[in-house]
Design a protein around this ligand. Structure first.
Ligand SMILES: N[C@@H](CCC(=O)N[C@@H](CS)C(=O)NCC(=O)O)C(=O)O
Length: 221
């Protein structure tokens, strides 16, 4: 079994890979980073993830970045776990869409993080931009709510890497959007949280260090 190394920031998109590794029963060494500490710009880290982003995974003698690519790679590397939907699968399109739609949602969360959390005075978030980002994030949640069923996961065929990609977002989105209109998402999130691999990944995640409140309102204009 080859050595696996995960470059990780607690509560960031690298949680997706941490969770996926647990679903697959794979042991990894975790190299912890912070967003602002500077370690993501170290030459040896940039050699694995050239834009200095996490997740980055060292596996099978190569470095991989982009959480979606890593999850696809791991799903294909372990077909016995059934977390992928390869060419020829009737759920191929839905699986690919779920994997990639997760980044439509996550990029909105990232921009809201930037406005609400990472800007430092004298820079101030733009109320108009934050309002638009929040509305667009709500649209993605509405789209997910419309597709979820009363039980199960994203795909009728069962839990998959698409749930890992998309599910991770559901712990950050409620910092910006009230979730009352989305009962199916809340129930889905509870099903995800009940998975032993999710709990095992949470235990290894580390403390999130950027959010300082439960909910961020759109600032006044
Ligand atoms: N599309 C990429 C996005 C990766 C990304 O932006 N990760 C954030 C953490 S969630 C990061 O590393 N930020 C560090 C920085 O912006 O310097 C993926 O899914 O892996």
């Amino acid at each position: 079994m080859s050595r696996i190394v995960l470059h990780h920031v607690p509560a960031s998109r690298s949680f997706r890979v941490l969770w996926m590794l647990e679903e697959l029963g794979l042991e990894a060494e975790i190299v912890p980073h912070t967003i602002t500490g500077g370690s993501l710009r170290a030459p040896e880290v940039l050699a694995v993830t050239p834009a200095g982003r996490v997740p980055a995974l060292e596996i099978d003698g190569q470095g991989l970045f982009e959480s979606g690519a890593i999850l696809e790679y791991l799903a294909e590397r372990h077909p016995e776990a059934g977390l992928g939907r390869g060419p020829g699968s009737g759920e191929r399109v839905a699986w690919l869409q779920g994997l990639h739609f997760a980044e439509t949602m996550a990029s909105l969360i990232e921009n809201l993080n930037l406005n609400h959390v990472f800007l430092r005075p004298p820079a101030r978030p733009s109320p108009a931009v934050v309002k638009i980002l929040t509305a667009r994030l709500r649209d993605t949640l509405r789209a997910l709510e419309g597709r979820l069923r009363e039980d199960g996961y994203l795909l009728v065929g069962g839990f998959s890497a698409a749930d890992v990609m998309l599910g991770f977002n559901l712990w950050a989105a409620p910092r910006f959007v009230r979730m009352d209109p989305f009962p199916k998402i809340e129930a889905y999130k509870a099903r995800l949280a009940a998975r032993p691999a999710f709990a095992a990944a949470r235990a290894k995640d580390g403390e999130q260090a950027f959010y300082d409140r439960e909910f961020y309102e759109v600032p006044d204009a």
